[in-house]
Design a protein around this ligand. Sequence first.
Ligand SMILES: [Zn+2]
Length: 503
Amino acid sequence: MQVEQLRDYLRRVVLPFSAHYRDLFREHGLTADAIRSLEDLRRVPFTSKADLLNTPDNSQKAREFVLIPEQQVLSRRPSTIVKALLHGREEARRGFEREFRPIFLTSTTGRSADPTPFLFTQHDLDNLASAGKRLFEVCGAEREMRLLNMFPYAPHLAFWQAHYGGPAFGVFVMSTGGGKVMGTEGNLRLIRKIKPDVLIGMPTFVYHVLHQAAEEGLRCENLRRVVLGGEKVPDGMRRKLVNLAAELGSPGMEVVATYGFTEAKMAWGECACAADQTPSGYHLYPDLGIFEVIDPKTGEVLPSGHPGELVFTPLDSRGSVVLRYRTGDCIDGGLVYEPCPHCGRRAPRLVGNISRSSEVKEMHLDKIKGTLVDFNQLEHVLDDADNIGAWQLELRKRNDDPLEVDELILHVQKINGADDDKLIRDLNSRFVAKTEVHPNRVVFHDGEEMRDLQGVGVQLKEEKIVDHRPKSAGGLANIRKKADATPESSFANVGPVSKGRKE
Ligand SMILES: [Zn+2]
C-alpha cells in the first residue's frame, strides 16, 4: 500500500510541481514509475537540513521545496475535467485552492536569524488534524477529559499539533501558551480552575509547573496523564513527574512522550503504560509517511530493530515537501513492526531513546528553554550591542535542579554610564529579535569581575558562553565558542559556580 501511494504521490503531486525534486529526479535519471518496491525508494537521494539553509546566493532556499502547481497541468487532468463537469468549474478551482494554496506555517526553532519555514495548505491542516486525532487516541485521551496544552505559543509544530488535535478528537483543550504568555502563575491558576485530567507540554516546563504547584501546596486530584513533547524526556523525568503528581493528590498518573518535527508536519506518540514498564515507542501512521533508519555514516538503510538515524518521506503532504529527509535524530531501538505489547496496535513503532546526531552539535547549536539556539548568532547580538563591554552568557538549571527549566544569565560590563533599566530593555529586545529566547537575568559587573568570570589570563580563550547545566539534563559541553580548540581541562575553572564538569 505504501509503495503504491508513494508512486502515485510522486507522479501526481511531487514531480510535476516541486522544482527541487523535478530537477533532482531528472539528474539521477529517476521517474515515479521507477519506484516499484519500497527498496526502490533508496535510489532517491537524501535531503538534509543543510539543503534547506539559505546560502549567500539564495536567500529563499526553502521556497524551492514548496509545491507550486501549474494550472495548465491541473486543468488537463481527466479527474479535473470530471469534477468540473459534475460540480462546476468554480468548485474544481476551490478544490485546488484547498489542496495547494499555502495558508499556514510552522518553522524550525533553529538557525536563530532565519528559521526554516514549512508551509501548510488546507490539505496539510486536515492531515495535521487527523494526525492529532490519532495522537490523542494513542496517548489515551477520552472525550470527557479536560486537557491543558502548555506548549509555548509560537509558530512551532508542537503547539499547533496539540491545538488541532483537540477539536479533531472532540475533547476540551485549553491552551495556556506556556510560560511565555502567562507565566508559571498563570498556568497554575488555570490548573486550579480547570482541574485538568491531562497536561501537555515540554518536559522541563511541565516539571517546573508541577514542582511549583507542590511547593504551593496545590491539590490537583484528577491528573491522569502528562503528555510530553518538544524535547527529549531525560531519564528519571518520568519517575519524578509521577512522584510530583502523587504529591498533588494524583497517584498512578501516567507519562507519555511524543516525537515530531517541523519537516514532517505531524507528531507521533507512545501509548500509556505503568511507570515501571518499558515505554511502547512512537506509534507511526504508515498511510501518511514512510520512516527509514539509516547508518548515519554510510547512509545505508538498516534492518528492523537496528539503531540509526531517522529518515522521513511524507506520502500526502502539500505546501513544503521534503523527501527522504535526514532528521539528524538517532533512535537506539530502531523501527519495529511487531504489535505493541501495551495496546496491541499493529502500526510500526520507533522504539528507544532519540538523540540528536553529532552533526548538529558541531554547528554550535543547542536547546535553551526548548528552543534551538545558534550561539554564533548570539555572539553577534551581544558584540553589536551599544553600551556593553565584555560579556558572558551562563546557562544553568533553576535551583541547580537537573530536571528544572533552563535559565540564561547574561553577565555584562556596562560602559558609557548607560542607564541600567534602559540597557536591560535594549538587550532583551535584541535577544528576542534574533533568537526567541531572552536572558532570565542580566547581571552587571565591573571590568575586573568580568575578567575573573571569563578567566582572562587563566584560560587560553575567554569564556564567553558557559554551560553550568548538570550533565544528566542533556546539556552539551561543547557549545562554547571554539570548544574544540580549548583544552577539556579548562572546564574545571569557569567561575565560582562551576561544578568542574568535564566531558
Ligand atoms: Zn501501544
